[in-house]
Design a protein around this ligand. Sequence first.
Ligand code: BGC
Length: 421
Amino acid sequence: MDHTEPAGAGDTLQDFGPVPAGWVWGTATAAHQIEGGNVGNDWWDWEHTPGSGTRESSGDACDSWHRWFEDLELVKAIGLDAYRFSLEWSRIEPAEGEFSIAALEHYRAILLAAHELGLRASVTLHHFTTPRWMAAQGGWSNPLVVERFQRFADIAAQHLGDQIDMAATLNEPNVVAHAGYIGGQFPPGRPHDWEGFRQASRHLLLGHLAAREALRAGPGDFPVGLTLALPDTVLHADGDLTSPGERVTDLRPDGPRGELGWLTAGQYLDAARDDDYIGVQTYFTEHVGPDGAELPLPSGERVTQMGWPFTPEALGASVRVAAEVARVPVIVTENGVAAAEDAERIEYYSRSLRSLRAAMDDGVDVRGFFAWSLLDNFEWALGFEPTFGLVEVDPVSFARSSKPSAAWLGGLARASRGAHV
Ligand code: BGC
């Protein structure tokens, strides 16, 4: 089965067509990538660990800790209707059991201002960073993390819940576990530690369930889910990239991707059946051989600044898989491209959104789309080099300037408004 849309390169999407009532057009960020000065978490330590492979320090990032209002105004000016951002756990709980009312009030101010501007606010509780005190106890590999995370979720819900419009417990728990314990590019940087990977994957899943309960029990009534990194995966059983291959849709432990497929995708999609939505974050199509390892790209293949294949149609394919397995509404909580040339971003979104439209036309229940990212920001191990933003940020003055892709996406959003299915 091949759901991939024809390329349509070069031809810019002008009309997304009618969207269902309640649809959101938004853009996303994450605390550590934009706030700056997040010195209390595991990433800050990792950035300053010689040999970690991280290019540079997040430093002041985009100084959004101070410039958050300007960021909200940008979202509004672009013409989008929602802003996804994350809470920095280490600011809210800088020491174990010690909570900062001032940090909670900071995030509350963002929520209130978003509403004053007429924006909907989507809050992520954990976007890759874990407080240093928790990391020192083993982070996500320690079972204690589950109740620590639940307590944090509970405090966040009590203080902020009445202003939240949509929440994700964890951003890409599959990346946290895989990059931390298999790839080793993320803290704690333990490549090939399968036992650590299994433990972290288990505690991330339990952490999601515990935090979901805390969010649902608190004030406010909003959809709760998690977001997953969900590449479109094509398996070539013969190990030959040029063979047609088969899209992987069975993510059970006995499926073609085995334990890895289950722990990095299947277990979360299964749990999402009791969530209110599944957040899909797709950037590319990957091709894997019979052993599950990624097949090298042919030389000359078009790639993004991340070195990922330029394959925007991956989005339509993976929302179909997510919806089929999780059986709950899909929200595209991230999609975008790291590109130096902004025209490439418009091409990427034109094609990814066309593939999304095709999935929706085939009956997939999609409720919204968040572009990654509002700002050019700190791209984890790769530092500030890859630029995903709709808005450029001057590294010295922090001045923001919207790119043409921002105006284009805003135009698309405006055109689709009022044209409900
Ligand atoms: C993450 C973002 C990241 C983006 C591009 C996602 O994995 O949620 O934090 O910047 O992809 O790598």
